[in-house]
Design a protein around this ligand. Structure first.
Ligand SMILES: NC(=O)c1ccc[n+]([C@@H]2O[C@H](COP(=O)([O-])OP(=O)(O)OC[C@H]3O[C@@H](n4cnc5c(N)ncnc54)[C@H](OP(=O)(O)O)[C@@H]3O)[C@@H](O)[C@H]2O)c1
Length: 345
């Protein structure tokens, strides 16, 4: 094994759509953990839409990544040298490990993950941040009731695919919106959505929503914003709930988009709109995790991943995800777990 640590750093701040040259792969020596520290080898890395915001010089709700610094990111890794009893050699952990082969930690930001319960990569998707986002966003803010109509945008992605299935588990009629015909088929055939459409090929969102939501929309779980959301507001039912999870259609705009002014629709329908950050629910993560793991175990929840191999391909995976190349959770497989518990150093 080569004892070099490859790291992917932020080389420049994008204007508009990011590109591969905004990242730079550098090599440095593998850090040597001190007392009360562990060395972790990254196994699976998550690429997420929020990282686009961290590439700006002023992220809105979290610190930006500094130029030249390692890109931030959640990952699952294996402890390869431990000076901490809580995280012995060979154990699997999840944390903000960053886009790199190896990272050192004092353990304060790590959680043990159980490989027997689910594949390790699932802790970055259905059992990780995206799954918890879907769980709390839909159930706490959306409060779906049996028989209601739930519309999910970004429906075939990490968060949307779980939110839609949870809505089905609540007895709702679920309509998904996604960017390819393959994704639409996946939502209906594999995840049991009642209907779905491709927003890239559909020209009239108003007509399509009217056709697919004849009883109106009671809960709108919005991952994308933009024109689709403008159209969805026209079909809200009285006392509808809108969970504003993400606005990915806006993340790479260089000028803010001026949409129609539709807040009056909320008055007419006495609708409730609430934005949220999954971290707001950190004190309740155990509750969400337990339920998601149970549904996963019983097969009531399906999870899909798109996996790209190699740390060097993390920028490609990230850009591909922004362009909609993923179905389900986009993951980068960085290395394979080792069996045994001997120290790597
Ligand atoms: N509030 C929170 O705490 C929180 C936490 C996690 C994620 N989020 C947000 O939730 C959303 C989904 O995140 P995720 O991790 O599950 O990502 P994801 O859906 O797995 O991947 C992003 C997807 O966005 C879609 N997309 C890209 N550009 C689009 C556009 N212009 N219009 C419509 N769809 C577009 C693409 O699918 P298509 O092929 O369908 O275009 C792409 O696959 C994002 O907006 C993210 O920022 C919020």
């Amino acid at each position: 094994m080569d004892k070099i640590n490859r790291q992917i750093t932020l080389a420049s701040r994008p204007i508009g759509w990011p590109k591969e040259s905004d990242f730079k792969l550098i090599e440095s020596p593998i850090p040597v953990p001190g007392p009360s520290q562990v060395l972790i080898r990254t196994l699976f890395l998550s690429v997420d839409p929020y990282m686009r915001g961290r590439m700006n010089d002023r992220a809105s709700y979290a610190d930006p990544v500094k130029l030249g610094a390692v890109m931030t990111g959640g990952a699952v890794g294996q402890v390869v040298h431990s000076n901490l009893a809580k995280f012995p050699n060979g154990s699997y952990v999840q944390g903000m490990l960053g886009w790199q082969d190896f990272v050192m930690s004092d353990g304060s930001d790590l959680h043990r993950v159980n490989r027997e319960l689910a594949p390790l990569s699932a802790y970055l998707g259905v059992l990780g941040m995206p799954g918890l986002t879907a769980f709390f966003g839909l159930l706490d803010i959306g409060q779906p009731k049996p028989g209601e109509t739930v519309l999910i945008s970004g429906a075939a992605g990490a968060v949307g695919s779980i939110a839609g299935q949870i809505a089905k588990l609540q007895g709702c009629r679920v309509i998904g919106v996604a960017g390819t015909d393959e994704k639409v088929r996946f939502l209906i055939d594999k995840l049991g959505f009642d209907a779905a459409f491709n927003y890239r090929s559909e020209t009239n969102y108003f007509a399509k929503l009217k056709e697919l939501c004849p009883q109106g929309i009671d809960v709108y779980f919005d991952n994308v914003g933009g024109e689709l959301t403008d159209a969805a507001l026209h079909y809200l039912n009285v006392h509808a709930r809108i969970c504003v999870c993400g606005q990915i259609s806006q993340y790479n705009l260089t000028e803010p988009e001026l949409g129609p002014r539709l807040l009056w629709k909320l008055i007419e329908k006495r609708a409730k709109v609430q934005g949220f950050l999954v971290m707001d629910y950190a004190p309740r993560f155990r509750e969400g995790f337990t339920q998601l793991a149970e549904w996963l175990g019983t097969g009531e929840l399906q999870h899909r991943e798109s996996i790209i191999d190699g740390l060097e391909n993390a920028p490609k995976a990230f850009l591909g995800m922004l362009h909609g190349e993923n179905i389900g959770k986009q993951i980068v497989r960085v290395s394979q777990p080792e069996t045994g518990a001997s120290s790597f150093l």
